[in-house]
Design a protein. Structure first.
Length: 123
């Protein structure tokens, strides 16, 4: 799996993903610090990357686009430090890799995670 980390995600999380054997890039590394969300979605889709973010706007973009990719993992935590976030992310990656590869919006919270398969129905 390949990942694109939004600005709210720590570089330490990107480094952890690389240590776990994944390909990961941070927006900062790509010079996309001020890129609009839609441009980030297009970049992730064109490169086959899953977006990691704390920004709920990405869920709305996915719902409106009605496209099956890219997958997006949104973090809604009380503590965003990599010490807390990284183990939760690893758990989701281990349990949901196939779902992520097929297209999903995953919201990771402190004690649970929720999955919506893409495309998101507007009904």
């Amino acid at each position: 799996m390949k990942f694109l980390a939004d600005m709210g995600i720590s570089q330490k999380t990107v480094e952890a993903l690389r240590e776990w054997g994944y390909e990961a890039k941070h927006l900062r590394e790509l010079g996309m610090m001020r890129a609009p969300d839609i441009e980030i979605v297009q970049k992730a889709r064109s490169e086959g990357r899953t977006i990691l973010t704390c920004d709920l706007d990405f869920g709305e973009i996915l719902a409106l686009s009605q496209l099956p990719l890219p997958s997006i993992i949104i973090f809604r935590l009380s503590d965003y430090r990599p010490l807390v976030l990284n183990p939760l992310l690893m758990q989701v990656l281990l349990e949901c890799e196939d779902t992520i590869n097929r297209g999903a919006l995953i919201v990771i919270e402190d004690h649970r995670y929720r999955i919506r398969r893409l495309p998101i129905s507007l009904d």
